[in-house]
Write a protein that binds this ligand. Structure first.
Ligand code: SAM
Length: 257
C-alpha cells in the first residue's frame, strides 16, 4: 500500500471558519491552496488560526471511488472528507468509508482516542490526505447537545469547548473564579460540574444561577479584585470583554499568586 502513497515534505493547515486571511498572515506563501486548506512546504509550523492541521500529508492516485476508499481504509478507520472541490466525488468516497462518530455529544465527554484523518481531492483521480491530524474531530469540528433551558446565555458553549479541548474539567472540591460572568452561562456550566464558583461582574447575574449550590456572586470591577481578596483558586476563567494586554496583566497577577 505504501507504494501508492507519495508523502509530501509539507503540512496542510485548515483555516478556522472564515479566518483564512488571518491564517495566511501566519504562514509563508502556500505551495498550494485548496479553498481554506493551505499546503506549506517544510516542517510543521505552530499556528493559531487553524481548525485542523494535516501533519503528514500524502497524495495517492486512484481509479475508482472504491479504490480511493480502499487506500484510506487500508491505513485507518476514520477519515473526514474536506470537499474543497469535486464535492460529489469526495462525498461518494466518504460514503464508501466507515461512518464517522459525529452526532452531537452530551457534555462532559473526553477527547476520542482513535485517530481522525482527513482527505480531499486534488483532481478526479488524486487524493491528498493525512492520517495524522492535530484535531481528533472531523475537520476539527464537534457539536454539543445544547441545553436550551438551564443556562441564561449560549456563552457556556465557549467554556464547554475550551474544557473539552483541554481534556480537563473542574469538579467537586475545586474553586473557580469566573470573571465577566454575567448573565451567568459559564458560572452555570462550572457549578453544574460541582465546582465552587466565585462569579465576578459589574452587571447583575441571573437569579437562578446565583441560587445554584456553590455560587457566590461579587458585583465588582473584576480588575480591581486581587488574588488575596479571594484566596487560592484552582481554575481561573475570564470572559471579560477588554483589551488583551489588560487581561494579560491581570491574569499574570493570579498566576504568580
Ligand atoms: C461576553 S459577556 C460574559 C458572558 C458570560 N461568560 C456568560 O456565560 O454568560 C462579558 C461580561 O464582561 C463584563 N465585564 C466587562 N468589563 C468588566 C469588568 N471590568 N469587570 C467585571 N465585568 C466586566 C460585562 O459586564 C459582561 O457581562
Amino acid at each position: 500500500m505504501s507504494d501508492t502513497l507519495n508523502y509530501l515534505d509539507a503540512a496542510c493547515y485548515h483555516a478556522a471558519p472564515s479566518f483564512t486571511h488571518h491564517l495566511e498572515g501566519e504562514l509563508p506563501e502556500p505551495y498550494r491552496r485548496d479553498d481554506e486548506l493551505l499546503t506549506i512546504m517544510g516542517p510543521l509550523r505552530h499556528t493559531y488560526w487553524t481548525r485542523n492541521v494535516w501533519k503528514k500529508p500524502f497524495t495517492a492516485e486512484f481509479g475508482s471511488i472504491s479504490e480511493a476508499s480502499k487506500i484510506l481504509r487500508g491505513i485507518q478507520r476514520n477519515w473526514a472528507p474536506y470537499p474543497a472541490k469535486l464535492a460529489r466525488r469526495t462525498t461518494l468516497i466518504a460514503e464508501a468509508l466507515p461512518s464517522l462518530p459525529n452526532k452531537p455529544k452530551a457534555f462532559p465527554f473526553s477527547v476520542p482516542a482513535s485517530p481522525m484523518g482527513a482527505f480531499t481531492l486534488l483532481d478526479e483521480h488524486t487524493l491528498m490526505a493525512s492520517a495524522e491530524c492535530s484535531s481528533p474531530w472531523p475537520n476539527g469540528e464537534f457539536e454539543f447537545i445544547e441545553d436550551k433551558e438551564g443556562p441564561p446565555s449560549r456563552a457556556y458553549r465557549k467554556l464547554w469547548e475550551a474544557l473539552v479541548m483541554a481534556d480537563a474539567m473542574p469538579g467537586p472540591g475545586q474553586r473557580c473564579v469566573d470573571a465577566g460572568a454575567c448573565p451567568g452561562g459559564w458560572t452555570w456550566a462550572l457549578a453544574g460540574l460541582g465546582a465552587e464558583v466565585i462569579a465576578i461582574d459589574r452587571a447583575p447575574i441571573d437569579e437562578r444561577v446565583a441560587a445554584m449550590p456553590g455560587v457566590t456572586f461579587m458585583k465588582h470591577n473584576a480588575f480591581t479584585i486581587k488574588p488575596e481578596d479571594i484566596g487560592p483558586v484552582d481554575w481561573f476563567c475570564s470572559d471579560v470583554i477588554c483589551y488583551p494586554p489588560a487581561l494579560y496583566d491581570w491574569v499574570m497577577l493570579w498566576m504568580e499568586s
